[in-house]
Design a protein around this ligand. Structure first.
Ligand code: NI
Length: 167
């Protein structure tokens, strides 16, 4: 199977707003498995469908140390944002850059899991940060959008240079 290609900033396709998933079927579950494989391979702790150029509201993540606790969120909605937490964020679509971003430290999450069942839970700290970061992708948003224009420009120039060298 051809590995999934992860889009990199400033690829305009990363700015697409994803559409809600209508049906959790075998095709979607196949994509979930491929996204998990790409995420673990990278390695990363989260990957949104937008990043592999599939514009449906779905994301995978795993913040566990042993990389054995995947969480799949389909059509996630976040609510009850509370508190603040600042962490250095990175992104598989912005490789090599880690910058501090302030997020809510606690959120409530409603979503559908890969079996098609509704799930609802509270998340805090790193899990909350990761879910907010990945959900942003589904709205065409990247963590660099929270940085200063100067810093974002610097990251864009460096990545474009690397992308040209690779092409
Ligand atoms: Ni990301």
């Amino acid at each position: 199977m051809v590995p999934l290609e992860i889009l990199e900033f400033p690829d305009p396709r990363l700015r697409t707003t994803a559409k809600p998933v209508k049906e959790v079927d075998g095709k979607l579950n196949k994509l979930i498995d491929r996204m998990l494989a790409a995420m673990y391979e990278a390695p990363g702790i989260g990957l949104a469908a937008t990043q592999v150029n599939v514009h449906q509201r779905m994301l995978v993540l795993d913040i566990s140390e042993n990389k054995d606790s995947p969480l799949i969120l389909i059509n996630p909605t976040l609510s009850d944002h509370e508190g603040e937490i600042e962490t250095a964020e990175g992104c598989l679509s912005v490789p090599g850059f880690y910058e501090p971003v302030i997020r809510s430290s606690r959120i409530h999450v409603d979503a559908i899991n890969r079996d098609g069942n509704a799930i609802s839970f509270d998340a805090e700290d790193q899990l909350a940060v990761c879910i907010q970061h990945e959900t942003d992708h589904l709205d065409g948003k990247l963590f660099v959008d929270y940085l200063s224009a100067t810093k974002r420009q610097m990251i864009r120039r460096k990545l474009q240079k690397l992308q040209k060298q690779r092409a």
